[in-house]
Design a binder for this molecule. Structure first.
Ligand SMILES: [Zn+2]
Length: 179
């Protein structure tokens, strides 16, 4: 914004409002489970890691929380102007009481401040959405490791069942032999 702003002027500042909200998990789409296709085309279903909020062992929730920005402006009266020369040009700080505003956030009309704020909010929100799109195509690589871990655990458990079933049969047979 221009240097025409003087002490005592009322100016408009581009502001961001923040809002936290829930969206469906971009990995499991709210289903809380995902399928991993193995090399032999078997599909292993497992709990979604991406929407688990409280670390390992806690259940998947099916949603994630994101921040959204809302455009807005603030009207302030300038009480002090600080300016200094730097290698990249002049840097100006506008003060209203103890609060400092920078050249790029300060406008002489509300419409201009709002336009800039809307532009930034749109850009920020788009970045958030793109991030979600990116995640969809590239889920956490830990999934395949987790699948391997669980499948090994199943195999071990099955082997134990087999062993204990065999032992139970032998014991039964021996008990019968004694009768
Ligand atoms: Zn999920």
């Amino acid at each position: 914004m221009s240097n025409k702003i003087k002490i005592g002027d009322t100016i408009y500042v581009s502001k961001f409002g923040s809002r936290q909200f829930r969206i469906d998990c971009p990995v499991c789409f709210g289903k809380k489970v995902i399928g991993l296709i193995l090399g032999n085309d078997n599909v292993v279903e497992m709990s979604c890691d991406y929407c688990r909020h409280e670390g390992l062992g806690s259940p998947a929730t099916g949603y994630i929380t994101e921040w959204r920005r809302d455009a807005g402006t603030e009207k302030v009266c300038i009480s002090e102007i600080r300016s200094r020369q730097t290698a990249v040009g002049e840097e100006v700080e506008y003060l209203a009481g103890s609060r400092i505003y920078y050249m790029e956030d300060v406008f002489s009309t509300e419409a201009a401040a709002l336009a800039e704020s809307e532009h930034r909010a749109t850009k920020y929100n788009l970045e958030q959405e793109t991030k979600a799109e990116f995640v969809k195509g590239k889920p956490d690589k830990n999934y395949s490791w987790n699948a391997g871990y669980h499948m090994r655990a199943i195999k071990n458990a099955n082997q134990k069942i087999e062993y204990h079933s065999k032992m139970a049969k032998i014991c039964k047979a021996r008990a019968k032999g004694k009768e």
